[in-house]
Design a protein around this ligand. Structure first.
Ligand SMILES: Cc1cc2nc3c(=O)[nH]c(=O)nc-3n(C[C@H](O)[C@H](O)[C@H](O)COP(=O)(O)OP(=O)(O)OC[C@H]3O[C@@H](n4cnc5c(N)ncnc54)[C@H](O)[C@@H]3O)c2cc1C
Length: 443
């Protein structure tokens, strides 16, 4: 229980609660006067009849990548910061990211890599806080890292080092992180009153950093969208991104038969193309190329898959026909693709005939099939398996410089909650760091 002195501080703050609806502010004053020897105050109209009221400059909801970065930057500016997290640990997604090694940024994370209804929005943040800035922080904490491929930087040790680094930096600037806290309501006049099961907080700046609903089993929620809607902000339709595809019927039987087989390819959909590998699973198809393209896919659309990217298959088949006329087509193709795949494609697509038994039309058909292959998908594995959420708080509602809602001064949205989505490979963390950094300069 706090001392009477503390109560007076809170009482004098209560008089300045310009952010509170008048009735609530009066109730705080009345109850404070009635209980002047106690810190506890009564909010008759709230679900929690007894609650502490504390004033901070900034409350950040969500102790994930973006929220912690924002807390560090705001704290560096001398702001009094409180981070409210509903899970029992901070940075849970960071901990499971990159297979436990956290692919914390990408050397090539430039704005043109990102997907948004408003593609110019991310330019400001990503050019002000670059991968080099975050690498500098990682090096300052002597965290060993390496480039795995394609500019993807991973910890040599464990993702826990990144969380530790962020929490140490937050502690150094005296930001407070409160775990297992449930936010029940947020109200506004000139500031914000945040009601939670651990107390009530009054702030000038409120930052929503609760991410998107991907991986709900890790504590992910669509909380940010609810807050955005409450304050009249538009949401760009959301869907799971970086997620495996699922099939049914004969297509699923095909995938099941090949589960575990991986093939380098170029997968394309809706103008986006990715050259990496695909992986057959017991539910459909995954692998980096398919995860990437899933962020652009919408139900009913076809994904075009070139199974031999950069390779002139028709020219190769003609050449083989001339030099190895008695060789079986399936044998020739098995030198280029996994034999199990060639066999599973079966008689209809890849006839098991000798090369000299095939017409030019046949060769053309085989080349077309493998250079523009597709398989029907009935959906994806959904938010349960999605690495990211596509869509989110409409960026036209936010300042690209500050992340503040244009029509709600003091309310900020950062990280995955916003309609900015990166591809696989450290890009999404870079957006979280950059947007958190920018908001941290203005809260
Ligand atoms: C399995 C997996 C692996 C990934 N690997 C990588 C990778 O290697 N590299 C990469 O760049 N990206 C990766 N990502 C994506 C990356 O994790 C996210 O894009 C990033 O964490 C988004 O940061 P954020 O701070 O916006 O949200 P989050 O990191 O999700 O943080 C949001 C926080 O808010 C909390 N929260 C939610 N609702 C509430 C609420 N109502 N009240 C209080 N707190 C709440 C959550 O518990 C969480 O702590 C991966 C994602 C997954 C799922």
């Amino acid at each position: 229980m706090a001392s009477q002195g503390t109560t007076h501080v809170i009482l004098s703050e209560a008089k300045n609660l310009v952010g509170l609806p008048t009735r609530s502010a009066n109730k705080i004053l009345r109850s404070s006067q009635q209980n002047s020897d106690s810190l506890r105050m009564t909010f008759g109209t709230t679900p929690h009849s007894h609650a502490d009221v504390e004033r901070y400059d900034v409350v950040i909801i969500g102790a994930g990548a973006a929220g912690l970065m924002c807390a560090i930057e705001a704290g560096r500016r001398g702001r009094r910061v409180l981070v409210l997290e509903h899970a029992n640990k901070a940075g849970k997604k960071i901990l499971i990211s990159g297979g436990g090694r956290c692919n914390f940024t990408n050397l090539y994370a430039t704005p043109d890599s990102y997907q948004s209804q408003n593609e110019a929005f991310c330019v400001s943040a990503l050019t002000r806080y670059t991968p080099q800035e975050f690498i500098g922080l990682v090096e300052k904490h002597r965290i060993a890292y390496h480039e795995k491929k394609l500019g993807q930087l991973f910890c040599d040790g464990s993702a826990a080092e990144i969380v530790r680094m962020l929490l140490d930096e937050a502690a150094a600037v005296k930001a407070t992180v409160r775990l297992q806290c449930k936010v029940s309501t947020i109200r506004r006049a000139n500031g914000f009153l945040i009601e939670t099961d651990i107390g009530h907080f009054v702030v000038g700046s409120l930052v929503v950093a609760t991410g998107g609903p991907s991986i709900p089993q890790m504590g992910a929620t669509g909380f940010a969208y609810g807050i955005a809607r409450q304050f009249g902000l538009n949401i760009v339709q959301t869907r799971p991104g970086l997620v495996p595809f699922t099939s049914s019927g004969r297509a699923l039987e095909f995938c099941n038969r090949l589960a575990g087989v991986s093939i380098p390819c170029t997968a394309s959909c809706n103008g986006a193309s990715f050259t990496e590998s695909l992986l057959f699973t017991h539910k459909g198809i995954s692998g980096p190329a398919m995860l990437q393209v899933s962020s652009y896919w919408e139900k009913g659309e076809q994904v075009h898959i070139d199974l031999l990217p950069g390779f002139d298959l028709l020219a190769h088949l003609k050449e083989q026909q001339a030099f190895r006329p008695k060789a079986e087509l399936q044998t020739i193709l098995s030198a280029l693709l996994p034999r199990s795949f060639v066999e599973a494609m079966g008689e209809t697509s890849i006839p098991s005939r000798a090369m000299d038994q095939l017409s030019l039309k046949d060769l053309n058909a085989v080349a077309r099939t493998l250079k523009d292959w597709s398989i029907p998908f009935n959906g994806t594995e959904g938010y349960r398996k999605a690495e990211v959420t596509v869509g989110g708080v409409d960026t036209t509602e936010l300042s690209s410089k500050t992340m503040e809602a244009v029509k709600v001064p003091g309310l900020f949205f950062i990280g995955e909650a916003v309609d900015v989505t990166g591809p696989l490979g450290g890009y999404n963390f870079q957006w979280a760091w950059a947007s958190g950094y920018c908001a941290g300069q203005y809260v």
